[in-house]
Ligand binder design. Structure first.
Ligand SMILES: *Cc1c(COP(=O)(O)O)cnc(C)c1O
Length: 455
């Protein structure tokens, strides 16, 4: 079977404003070649992120109308709580406005000066929230996970031996062990069930809580079903329950694998920890039965969770990335392999070897994709990570361009159109030029820096 059809039909449409190459050249120039400065109405296919950009279903929109906006004791909270507990059997479910709010609450309790927290790879907001308390975040992903061409099936796995020595070295300064599924910062790479269990056992050995950053739990479960020995005949629900068995908590962004435009939660088993978290929640987010959300959001999330574990959806979801990744690979565009769950990453440094990393090959390629195709992708490389706190600059580990795929939003013809345009770039790639930053802020420069094309 060559074509995996979208397992949905379209009831509501959102028109895309068509633009020409000439118009986009002007727009790009006005935006100083920073794609974050471009208005979304000037973008044909927006692959900047898969976070909160998915399409909701008819049932989600219907659930929105059933949202009960009572301050306390809303039945929408009951539905939210019981749907979550059906998949993830935690005692306490604490709603937040996004994943990062769950992280901020958790680390305000667990982290602090002198503490160190290991994970396979901390996502940037997780790392930021840990560091904001004065603690340190450490990444202990397996070596295979750092090699863009290594075909290991579970490149998100924790290096268990490294975790063991890390925990024995840091002893009482470690408040918990984290694990991100799938490993977003590492390219959306999955973690095997065996590795999740081994990480949990290692946490138990040292008497530490084991907390899962679960943003893409359903994509991770699908990869387990596809790739892990003995898992092929099991349901996604069974696999998800196994993934979370014995875990002490989870942080979640409902903007990922819950099909919502906003939302998240923190789940915990420990009563005392949960009590502290709820006290903090009331200060920063809201009352425990709505957190940072409206009743209608709680409903949309609950319904989304019932839909995300659908195997027809997950098969299609992963097939889309696979399709784009395989086609790019065949036309000679180097991509991170195997392709992850939510995005395709182009290795821009390998694709444009004539552009020095300090002249931002990832930025050059993403600007060309916008100019020629109207596609907005995201540079993840030297622009994002290359500036050191002292103002000096170094090439990042890799110069990637991420095509993050919003859930249920674009069709195969959108993908085919984009691939045709990228093929055109392949033919002319030697003409692409590097870039120079003409202005940048002191931190997080990728959002606002101004660029010019080198001549
Ligand atoms: C998106 C994300 C978060 C943060 O969630 P927000 O809802 O954006 O605050 C945390 N961890 C991972 C792995 C994520 O992908």
């Amino acid at each position: 079977m060559n074509t995996i059809i979208e397992p949905f039909r379209i009831k509501t449409v959102e028109p895309i404003r068509m633009t020409t190459v000439a118009e986009r050249e002007t727009i790009l120039h006005k935006a100083d070649y920073n794609l974050f400065s471009i208005a979304s109405r000037d973008v044909l296919i927006d692959l900047l992120t898969d976070s909160g950009t998915g399409a909701m279903s008819t049932k989600q929109w219907a659930a929105i109308m059933q949202g009960d906006e009572s301050y306390a004791g809303s039945p929408s909270f009951d539905r939210f709580e019981s749907t979550i507990q059906n998949l993830f059997p935690f005692q306490h479910i604490i709603p937040t406005h996004q994943g990062r709010a769950a992280e901020a609450i958790l680390f305000s309790i667990l982290a602090g000066n002198g503490k160190v927290i290991p994970s396979n790879t901390h996502f940037d907001t997780t790392r930021g929230n840990i560091e904001a308390t004065g603690a340190e975040a450490h990444d202990l992903v397996i070596e295979e996970g750092k090699d863009p061409q290594n075909l290991h099936p579970f490149k998100g796995n924790m290096d268990i031996a490294k975790l063991d020595s890390f925990l024995s070295e840091h002893g009482k300064n470690v408040p918990c062990v984290m694990l991100t599924v799938t490993n977003n910062a590492g390219g959306g790479q999955p973690v095997s069930l065996e590795n999740i269990r081994a990480t949990r056992e290692m946490a138990k050995k040292y008497g530490l809580p084991f907390i899962i950053d679960a943003c893409r739990f359903a994509e991770n479960a699908w990869f387990i079903k596809l790739r892990e020995k003995g898992q092929q005949t099991r349901s996604i629900t069974e696999i998800v329950r196994d993934m979370f068995e014995g875990a002490d908590g989870m942080t979640m962004s409902a903007k990922k694998d819950a099909f919502a435009n906003i939302g998240g939660w923190l789940a915990l088993n420990d009563d005392e920890l949960a009590e502290k978290a709820r006290t903090r929640l009331i200060l920063t987010e809201g009352f425990p039965t709505y957190g940072g959300l409206a009743g209608r959001d709680l409903e949309a999330i609950a319904q989304g969770l019932e839909e995300i574990i659908d195997e027809d959806y997950l098969r299609y979801r992963v097939a889309v990335n696979q399709y784009i990744g395989d086609r790019l690979h065949k036309m000679g565009v180097p991509v991170v392999r195997p392709v992850g769950g939510h995005a395709v990453f182009i290795d821009a440094r390998a694709f444009l070897p004539h552009i020095d990393p300090l002249q931002y090959p990832g930025q050059a390629l993403s600007c060309e994709m916008y100019r020629l195709a109207g596609v907005r992708a995201c540079e993840i490389g030297t622009v994002m990570f290359g500036r050191k706190p002292d103002g000096s600059e170094e090439p990042a580990a890799m110069d990637l361009v991420r095509l993050a795929i919003p859930r249920r939003t674009y069709t195969q013809s959108h993908a085919d159109y984009m691939l045709e345009r990228i093929e055109q770039i392949v033919g002319e790639k030697d003409k692409l030029r590097g870039m120079r930053i003409k202005w940048e802020p002191p931190a997080m420069r990728h959002f606002t820096a101004k660029f010019e094309v080198l001549t």
